[in-house]
Design a protein around this ligand. Structure first.
Ligand SMILES: [Fe+2]
Length: 494
C-alpha cells in the first residue's frame, strides 16, 4: 500500500499518549486464560463470556489486552490513547486526509473505553484512538495477588511492514519520536518510535505485511522474566519459550519471547530507558553489528523471523499481505533482519540457495542521501543473494479458518454503531515473512570506521576473535548516538 505523504499544513495529528491495548483473536478462550491469567499473571478486569479484558498490576486503565474467542487467531486492532476528546476529531480528519477508511464508535462499544476512532492505517493495520477510559482498581501494591511474570502494563507493539521507511514517515507524521534504528548506508531496516517517554510504543521492520509480530508487556525486574521461564519449564511448556531470555542490544531491554496457545507472540520486557528530553538523540545501530539482535550474541530462532499474526481490517477480514518493498533484509552482508532488527549471521542461514533478487540488487536508494550523517560501516564487496522465500511453518497451535469480531464495514468516514461478527476466509495466524533475496555478502574491513567508546571497542574485538570465523568477522559496532533534530514535532529525521 502506498503511503500518501501527509501535508503538515492541513493534517494535524492527534496527541497520542501511548500504546494502550491490543485485541487478539484466540481460538480457545479457556486455554488462553490459563496462559495469560493463570500462568503469566494478568489481572482480569472483565470476563464478558466470549472475551477477556486483561491488564497489568500497575495499570489503572480498564485493560491492556482483549482476548476475543474466534475460529482463527488474528490481531484485530492496536489501540492508542490520545490526550483529549478533541484529538478524536483530529484523528478522524488525519486518517480521512490520508485516504484511509475510518469509523467512529460510540462510548462503550469496547467495554471500559470511551468514544473511539478506528482507521485502516496506511500500513494496513486497524488502529484505534480513544481518550476516555474507565479507571480500574489500583493493584500496584497488592503483592499478595501477584503471580507469574507480574506484568505491569503494555509497553509496545511490534509490527511487520512492507516498507520500513514508509512506516517511519507515517509514524513521524503522527508525532512519534525516534529512539533507535538498524540501518546501513542505504537502508532503514528497523526503527523504534515513541510517544511515551521510553524507547518505543511501536517498532517495525521489513517483511510481508501488515502483520503483528508481537505485543510486549513491561515487567519491573529481570527476575520476573527468568521466573516465568522456570514456570514454563516446570509445566513442560518449554516449547512456548520461543527466544531468550536475554539482553537486547537495541533498547537495552532484558527480554523473553513467548508464544501463546494460538501462536501469538508475547514479549516480556524490562530495563529500557528514558527518552523524554527534547531532541533525544536516536541511537543508530549498524546492520552489521551482531550484538543488536542479542547483546550476548545468541542466535535467533527461525520462527522468530518468519511468523507473525494475521491482521484484521475494519470489517474483521484478514488484510492481504503486501510483499516487502525495501531492499532491507536482502541488503546487508550475511544478515537477516528480524522484527526487532537483529541480524541473522551466516552461520545460521535461512537458505544456502542462491538466486537473484530484484529488490536486493536495487541501486542504492535515496535513503542514504537523506541521512543527516552517514552510518559508518564497511564497504560491500561480492554480494550474493539467497533468494529463497520461506514458507510459514505452522505449529499445531496455529490454525486455518478464522473469524473475528469486527466493526461494521465503513466507507470512508462513517458512523459505526456497533460490531458484527464476520466470517473470515481461512487465513492462518502466521504467514511467511517471504523476503525475496536474502543477502549474503562479504565485506572488506578496510574502510571500517567505528565510533565507539574504547571499552566497547575492546569488547568488540574480543567478541570478533572468539566467536566469528574470519569470513563473518564483519565490523561490529558502528554504533553512534546521533545528535538529531527535535522530535517533539512531526519533523522527519531524514
Ligand atoms: Fe519488542
Amino acid at each position: 500500500m502506498h503511503l500518501r505523504t501527509p501535508n503538515p499544513a492541513t493534517l494535524t495529528p492527534p496527541d497520542v499518549v501511548r500504546a494502550a491495548y491490543a485485541e487478539l483473536v484466540v481460538t480457545d478462550l479457556a486455554r488462553a486464560r490459563a496462559f495469560y491469567v493463570d500462568l503469566l499473571g494478568f489481572v482480569v478486569t472483565l470476563d464478558a463470556g466470549s472475551a477477556l479484558y486483561l491488564r497489568g498490576y500497575d495499570e489503572l486503565m480498564h485493560h491492556n489486552l482483549i482476548l476475543r474467542e474466534g475460529p482463527a487467531p488474528a490481531a484485530a486492532r492496536l489501540a492508542y490513547r490520545v490526550r483529549s476528546a478533541a484529538d478524536l476529531d483530529l484523528a478522524e480528519a488525519f486518517f480521512a486526509g490520508l485516504g484511509a477508511r475510518t469509523a467512529r464508535l460510540p462510548a462503550g462499544t469496547t467495554p471500559g473505553v470511551g468514544e473511539a476512532v478506528r482507521a485502516e492505517d496506511p500500513l494496513g493495520f486497524t488502529v484505534e484512538f480513544f481518550a476516555d477510559a474507565d479507571w480500574a482498581e489500583r493493584l500496584q501494591q497488592r503483592y499478595d495477588l501477584r503471580r507469574g511474570a507480574e506484568p505491569a502494563r503494555l509497553d509496545h507493539f511490534n509490527i511487520v511492514v512492507s516498507d520500513v521507511r514508509a512506516a517511519y514517515d507515517y509514524y513521524t507524521s503522527l508525532g512519534f519520536g525516534l529512539s533507535e534504528t538498524i540501518e546501513d548506508e542505504d537502508t532503514l531496516y528497523a526503527a523504534w518510535m515513541f510517544r511515551k517517554q521510553t524507547v518505543h510504543d511501536v517498532a517495525f521492520t521489513g517483511g510481508a505485511g501488515p502483520r503483528v509480530h508481537h505485543v510486549a508487556f513491561f515487567v519491573h525486574e529481570s527476575h520476573q522474566v527468568l521466573r516465568t521461564c522456570d514456570i514454563l519449564g516446570s509445566l513442560r511448556m518449554e516449547d512456548q519459550i520461543e527466544r531468550g531470555p536475554g539482553r537486547h542490544g537495541v533498547s537495552n531491554a532484558f527480554y523473553v519471547y513467548l508464544r501463546d496457545p494460538d501462536g501469538h507472540r508475547v514479549e516480556l520486557y524490562t530495563s529500557d530507558y528514558y527518552t523524554g528530553d527534547p531532541g533525544h538523540p536516536p541511537l543508530r545501530w549498524s546492520v552489521r553489528d551482531p550484538r543488536r539482535r542479542d547483546f550476548w550474541g545468541h542466535p535467533v530462532v527461525e520462527s522468530w523471523y518468519t511468523e507473525a499474526s494475521t491482521v484484521l481490517g475494519l470489517d474483521g477480514r484478514p488484510r492481504p499481505l503486501a510483499p516487502e518493498k525495501q531492499p532491507a533484509e536482502a541488503g546487508a552482508a550475511r544478515v537477516q533482519v528480524g522484527a526487532d532488527g537483529f541480524t541473522r549471521l551466516s552461520r545460521y542461514p535461512f537458505s544456502r540457495s542462491t538466486a537473484s533478487s530484484p529488490s536486493a540488487s536495487r541501486a542504492r536508494s535515496t535513503f542514504l542521501s537523506n541521512l543527516p550523517t552517514a552510518v559508518f560501516g564497511i564497504s560491500e564487496t561480492n554480494v550474493q543473494f539467497s533468494g529463497t522465500c520461506q514458507r510459514a511453518t505452522f505449529s499445531p497451535r496455529n490454525f486455518a479458518s478464522s473469524a473475528a469480531s469486527a466493526v461494521a464495514p465503513a466507507r470512508s468516514t462513517t458512523q459505526a454503531s456497533g460490531r458484527s461478527p464476520q466470517r473470515l476466509s481461512g487465513t492462518p495466524i502466521t504467514a511467511a515473512s517471504c523476503t525475496a533475496g536474502c543477502a549474503i555478502s562479504s565485506f572488506s574491513r578496510s574502510t571500517e570506521e567505528i565510533h565507539s567508546p574504547p571499552d566497547l571497542i575492546t569488547s568488540l574485538i574480543r567478541s570478533v576473535m572468539v566467536k566469528k570465523p574470519r569470513s563473518s568477522s564483519v565490523p561490529t559496532s558502528p554504533v553512534r548516538s546521533q545528535p538529531s533534530r527535535n522530535f517533539s514535532g512531526a519533523g522527519s529525521l531524514w
